[in-house]
Design a protein around this ligand. Structure first.
Ligand code: C5P
Length: 481
């Protein structure tokens, strides 16, 4: 990162913090709108806590997107200030043009679809040549602003780490957070709130029985073990690792260092025997532990915490996630755990439905397409797309999953691919934007994860366009303006 640009980024952070402080002093009502994924919920929790500590009047609303309807609602309510976190970059101008007396702030990390007016604070890494897909998330941007408002908000650093992990920003060597995220990690560590270590990276290290953790891993993908709980149990038995203490299943966190080493080398040998030597380097990665959270809860491991927030956002209970981020460890945490179970069951139901009929995964020249009809909830289609993208026969073909949003006459599209494809020139954020706009819809996002809303009647054309545009990018051609 260019230090001069980083300094400019932090100037914009200070501007946003000053504007929020002024609004809070004036005593007006502040409306926070945030996105419903883990990063959006974390960002909302961080700004919410900062506003709470300022004793400001505020309200948080979590939404999947900003559209003209939402702008019209805001105009009717006339709050003194609107803060958009993790969304809104492309609608803030519209709001501003229609109501000069409403103060607007945007704290986001998405690529910008068009010109951004400079007459309101917009903190977005892309404005300063900083990569918003890996170097800082919206929770991170919100965190920097919260800390500029008041240094006490440094205790929110772990929540920003969770937001970044939720947006899969751990893209540095061995699944490490880098760029501006590294500053946040350092803040959290300095307060004794976070430890970072290199360890077996499997998901569920705090809460899940080890064989389930092994069976549910897709990154690394271990053929014969991934997806196969019985075989995972047998594998553990073959290397003399006990899955239970008495009646209680053990989680990865319960293994001794020696047992972990034994498990790791056995897995490495196994992968080698399958010719998957490149997967071995994916066994170990950076693990982010929120050291003040209770062990064996989903809040202790940063990645599990992120999935919990995502579940809350996507299962129509975002306020539970926001409350947990703001520090509630009572009723909200209990409810969040229930929501997480329900979310997992729902995802399994959807995945089974997709694989039940082979034609539900359609292959085009450059993409895969999955149509969830009105069976898959449009808010969960993104999670399905993320899970499936690594397990399709050719993981280098982006996956475009979509489902109906009947009441709006449109479909919600979620596009996902892997980094290797982005290195080859594919930018799904651009593809979604260009294709959706040509089909009277809206699209955008990051290079490896993007989305769109498209009128139902234009879906066929849209998919053909996406297929063509991905092909063009792979051929090194520029698309759009
Ligand atoms: O909704 P989904 O999880 O598929 O979105 C992937 C990414 O694309 C998110 O970061 C989302 O904010 C972004 N997106 C966007 N514009 C849209 C739809 C999604 O920027 N119209």
């Amino acid at each position: 990162m260019d230090e001069k640009q980083v300094a400019k980024f932090f100037n914009s952070v200070s501007d946003a913090a000053k504007t929020i402080l002024e609004a809070a002093k004036e005593g007006g009502y502040i409306h926070v709108f945030s996105h419903l994924d883990a990063d959006g919920v974390a960002a909302a929790g961080i700004i919410g806590k900062a506003l709470y500590r300022l004793d400001a009047g505020f309200r948080i609303r979590i939404t999947q997107w900003v559209d003209e309807k939402l702008v019209a609602e805001i105009l009717q309510e006339k709050p003194q200030m609107v803060i958009f976190t993790d969304l809104g970059s492309n609608h803030a101008n519209l709001l501003r043009q229609k109501a000069r007396d409403i103060k607007v702030i945007v704290l986001d990390h998405h690529q910008l679809g068009g010109e951004l007016s400079s007459d309101f604070p917009c903190v977005n890494p892309h404005l300063f040549g900083i990569d918003g897909a890996r170097d800082v998330s919206s929770a991170g941007v919100a965190y920097f602003v919260a800390k500029a408002i008041n240094e006490v908000n440094i205790d929110l650093a772990p929540i920003a780490v969770v937001g970044a992990l939720g947006d899969l920003q751990d893209k540095y060597d061995q699944r490490m957070l880098g760029g501006l995220n590294e500053k946040i990690v350092e803040d959290a560590k300095s307060q004794g709130l976070l430890t970072v270590e290199k360890d077996l990276i499997f998901f569920g290290r705090e809460t899940r029985p080890i064989h389930k953790t092994l069976a549910s891993t897709t990154n690394p993908f271990i053929p014969g073990i991934s997806g196969e709980e019985d075989k995972s149990l047998a594998f553990l038995a073959s290397i003399d690792i006990k899955p239970k203490y008495g009646d209680k299943w053990r989680a990865l966190r319960d293994l001794s260092e020696e047992e972990k080493r034994r498990l790791c080398s056995a897995l490495a040998e196994y992968l080698l025997s399958k010719g998957l030597h490149y997967e071995i380097s994916n066994l170990i990665g950076h693990v982010y532990t929120l050291s003040k959270e209770e062990p064996w809860t989903p809040l202790r491991d940063g990645r599990e915490f992120a999935v919990l927030l995502n579940a809350a956002g996507r299962m129509d209970k975002p306020s539970v996630g926001v409350a947990v981020c703001m520090g509630d460890r009572g009723a909200s945490l209990e409810e969040a755990s229930r929501i997480l179970d329900e979310y997992r069951r729902t995802i399994n139901r959807y995945l089974s439905w997709i694989i039940e009929k082979p034609e539900r995964i359609r292959e085009m020249e450059n993409i895969y397409v999955v149509y969830g009809e009105d069976f898959i909830d449009e808010k969960i289609v993104g999670a399905i797309s993320s899970i499936l993208t690594t397990s399709l026969p050719n993981p280098e073909k982006p996956l475009i999953a979509y489902a109906d949003v009947k009441e709006e006459g449109l479909v919600k599209v979620s596009a996902r691919t892997i980094d290797t494809v982005a290195y080859k020139g594919v930018n799904l954020g651009e593809v979604m934007q260009v294709a959706a706009e040509k089909c009277l819809g809206k699209g955008g996002g990051h290079n490896v994860a993007a989305g769109a809303q498209v009128p139902i009647e234009n879906v066929k054309t849209f998919l053909q366009l996406v297929n063509e545009l991905v092909g063009k990018q792979l051929a090194g051609e520029k698309i759009g303006s």
